[in-house]
Design a protein around this ligand. Structure first.
Ligand code: NIG
Ligand code: FE
Length: 413
């Protein structure tokens, strides 16, 4: 099956040669673009691209996208897409003065979501998550990581991961699953933290590994959640079963989560709203992708955003993701994340696009198959509405300029 896109105003994020591992530091300000281009998709893959003057003339199906741009789909490397209920009451409580952490300490927050999820059937969760997948696809997302973490019991954590496993088979999006049993200490274990970590490590994890239900392991390393020592124990247990870590850390406090994650060769450290110079240094020369989630501080109205400019100056790569979840970010809108990255963290549009494509792919170990327009990569692309500059995407905050999404070379699914 062939599909030829012609008269592309800008073909964005092309890689002529070998796919990059990631893009870091000052290189993030550069984006490779072909103006007035064609793109040939064949059997679900990117077959060829170039200037219009070299456009093939014998393609079977042709789409004239005159005036529009073509991008590789966003790679959203951090979401909690499986949840049972929204949390508007906490939204109202924050408007009236409570903080996100105070709500969590009162047994709201994650524990609130866990109660609702435990009451939901696998079928209900499958349906609501399917709808969220369609929603994020409409914003241009073609690959997504989905975490458990609202189960907090053996049965319910497995229930979430089974939903993700089914979605991997039925959805056209590329999906990675992460086990986040250590998201919060359940009330039942309030005075027995070790008992809960034992349950995660000794009971949940072996079953999940045996049934091949997860690609990665995550821990919420934070004062309101798990300590560094507990995080290390869980990362080590995961590593023994072949699960690399993607760690929630430095959302509110610097407490050693970065250093521990780097030492355990974590694939990513995510949030980083609070980050000091020593932690930036610890990330240098590591294989760990710093992943920023600016819609979380936006939604909970926290004044701290990750120090993106400082991190780029230090030569680090950055990824951007939505963190779609019912508590801190009820949104899977990647273009809006790019807007926040530019407005609140002073990232250039080019830097934000690199962070949301190739670097997001790295944070899911998908950089060889997704994240750029490169021959042989999967044909997951989106076509914009007619626009004149790539900056229009973050500039038009709240709008969806994605007109059509093509996954695996197919534009009608
Ligand atoms: O990444 N911070 C930890 N976990 C989620 C939010 C969880 C919730 O509030 O439900 C996050 O922001
Ligand atoms: Fe998260």
């Amino acid at each position: 099956m062939q599909l030829l896109l012609k008269n592309i105003h800008h073909l964005v994020q092309i890689e002529e040669n070998k796919p990059a591992k990631w893009i870091a530091g000052k290189d993030m300000a550069t984006l490779s673009i072909i103006e007035n281009a064609y793109l040939l998709l064949e059997d679900g893959l990117i077959a060829d691209f170039g200037k219009m003057e070299n456009c093939p003339t014998d393609a079977r199906e042709v789409l004239d996208v005159c005036g529009k741009m073509v991008f590789p789909c966003w790679c959203d490397s951090h979401t909690h897409l499986v949840f049972a209920a929204t949390r508007e009451q906490e939204f109202r409580d924050r408007i009236q003065g409570l903080t996100y952490q105070e709500i969590a300490e009162r047994g709201g927050g994650i524990l609130n979501s866990a109660r609702r999820l435990q009451e939901s059937s696998e079928e209900e969760l499958l349906q609501s998550t399917w709808e969220r997948l369609q929603e994020i696809k409409s914003f241009g997302t073609g690959a997504v990581e989905i975490k458990s973490g609202y189960g907090l019991t053996f049965e319910s954590e497995l229930k979430i991961l089974r939903v993700v496993q089914k979605l991997k088979k039925t959805s056209d999006l590329t999906i990675k699953a992460t086990f986040l049993g250590a998201h919060a200490i359940p009330l039942k274990y309030k005075d027995n933290r070790k008992g809960y970590v034992d349950l995660v490590v000794e009971k949940m994890l072996p079953t999940i590994a045996e049934e091949d239900l997860a690609d990665y392991i995550d821990v919420f390393c934070e004062k309101v959640a798990f300590t560094v020592a507990e995080t290390e124990r869980i990362m080590e247990a995961g590593a023994k079963l072949g699960l690399r870590a993607k760690i929630h850390t430095n959302q509110f406090n610097s407490m050693g989560g970065i250093e521990a994650s780097v030492a355990h060769n974590a694939l990513s450290v995510d949030h980083l709203e609070v980050l000091n110079d020593a932690e930036i240094a610890a990330l240098q020369n590591s294989k760990t992708m710093p992943t920023l989630l600016p819609s979380a501080p936006f939604f909970i109205n926290d004044e701290h955003y990750p120090p993106a400019r400082k991190m780029l100056q230090a030569g680090l790569p950055l990824a951007l993701a939505t963190d779609y979840n019912p508590g801190s970010t009820p949104s899977g809108n990647m273009p809006f994340v790019l807007s926040l990255a530019c407005i609140k963290m002073r990232m250039l549009p080019e830097e934000a696009i690199n962070a949301a494509t190739i670097n997001g792919a790295y944070a899911m170990e998908l950089q060889k198959e997704l994240g750029s327009i490169c021959r042989g990569k999967k044909a997951n692309i989106f076509i914009t509405k007619p626009i004149d500059s790539i900056s229009r995407i973050p500039y038009s905050f709240g709008s969806n300029l994605v007109e059509e999404v093509i996954i695996g070379g197919k534009n009608k699914s």
